[in-house]
Design a protein around this ligand. Structure first.
Ligand code: PLP
Length: 383
């Protein structure tokens, strides 16, 4: 059979079916060498020279992610931030960039500072509104449109196909931070994006035990080669052990994401209209503003991230997080364990996040257990 005929979950489960030719091992060895032998005639026929440039541990993981995202190539980095920042560093001074008002806060903060220092004009727009993007884009000067969908932590949904059309008509690239969707439910390249970025620390790794990032490209073009040079020269390269953990995590990506998605949908429906909850933010709820677009571009679920706004305000939100027993009070997302976080405490006063908001990353535990724990915590916090 042709591997192209296999479903993505089949390819992920077997990590593309790779076998070590020498030992017949079905999982790859961890090569720890930082350097490679040069041939006597002064060539590097193995294609390897030094581990900052490339590493055997990346081959399978990059090939698998590129396949799942339907891209030409993928590149691993030491973290999600290490993957995202070169996309902006590869631009030239004077370039104009559109980014969302609501997005992963660390990247937004870095972008505003980096843009100011390096002469890149960064404009934050309401990315979920194509008319706002159309009004802000400057043909010939806007070189990059950065999208995050669903976007942290309000889970705002952006129409990738519509935004790609606007970007391309103006001569700009479209890059999508697809961390929270994961390739299981959205493939941005197939919808017209040029680049996809993941914090592989989240669903791809899936076990809260590694930091990693990845970029995937639709074309192996000059921009991609500039990104490759930035990885080599900035040195934000992933370690061999982390690459191994990432590949191991991805084998169960589909099982984990599907279970978490199903539980998140149940939790969102349960707390929608709850007496202690002012609002549930979740793209899967029919009343959510981005629901129609989400239905179109997310398949088999609406993600496992949602937020609850406590009816009792900020104090009740913080008290709810204090009262949970099963949910873990911690930042991050995409692990097997469910996490709860009072997000405005993390993001500080410049954040657009309401003070009564609790961000939930749903893991793979029993959904009934997760609901019961939140029920008791909300009741105590609102007593
Ligand atoms: N993008 C999103 C949506 C994130 O949630 C995060 C981390 O929380 C990042 C990027 C950055 O990833 P990392 O923490 O792996 O650098």
């Amino acid at each position: 059979m042709n591997p192209a005929d296999f479903k993505p979950e089949t390819l992920a489960a077997q990590a593309l079916g790779w076998i070590d030719e020498r030992t017949r091992a079905v999982t790859p060895p961890i090569h720890v060498s930082s350097t490679y032998l040069r041939d006597p005639d002064n060539l590097y026929r193995s294609g390897r020279m030094y581990a900052r440039a490339d590493h055997p541990a990346f081959d399978q993981a990059e090939a698998l992610i590129a396949t799942l995202e339907q891209g030409k190539a993928a590149m691993l980095f030491a973290s999600g931030m290490a993957a995202a920042t070169p996309v902006f560093q590869a631009l030239s001074p004077g370039d104009h960039v559109l980014a969302p008002k609501v997005m992963y806060w660390s990247l937004r903060n870095w972008l505003l500072q980096f843009g100011a220092h390096w002469g890149i004009e960064v404009e934050l727009v309401e990315m979920s509104d194509p008319a706002a993007v159309q009004a802000a884009i400057r043909p010939g000067q806007t070189r990059l449109v950065w999208v995050e969908t669903p976007a942290n932590p309000l889970w705002t949904v952006t129409d990738i196909a519509a935004t790609a059309a606007i970007a391309h008509a103006a001569g700009a690239r479209l890059a999508v931070d697809s961390t929270t969707a994961s390739p299981v439910i959205t493939q941005p390249l197939a919808l017209g994006a040029d680049l996809v970025m993941h914090s592989a620390t989240k669903y791809l790794g899936g076990h809260s035990d590694l930091l990693a990032g990845v970029l995937v490209t639709r074309e192996d073009d000059d921009f991609w080669q500039r990104l490759r040079a930035l990885r080599v020269n900035h040195g934000g390269t992933l370690g061999a052990f982390e690459a191994y953990l990432l590949l191991r995590g991805m084998r169960t990506l589909y099982l984990r994401v599907r279970q978490a998605n199903a539980s998140a949908a149940r939790i969102a429906a349960h707390f929608d209209g709850h007496r202690h909850v002012a609002q549930v933010l979740y793209p899967g709820l029919p009343g959510f503003p981005g629901h129609a677009v989400a239905k179109r571009q997310m398949q088999g679920g609406f993600g496992a991230m949602l937020s609850l706004r406590a009816r009792g305000g900020e104090a009740a939100a913080i008290a709810t997080a204090a009262e949970v027993q099963l949910w873990k009070r911690a930042t991050s997302l995409g692990g097997t364990e469910s996490l709860i976080e009072h997000r405005s405490s993390v993001e500080g006063p410049s954040s657009p996040v309401p003070a009564d908001l609790l961000r939930l990353s749903v893991g793979i535990e029993d959904a009934g257990d997760l609901i019961a724990d939140l029920e008791q915590a909300l009741a105590r916090a609102h007593a």
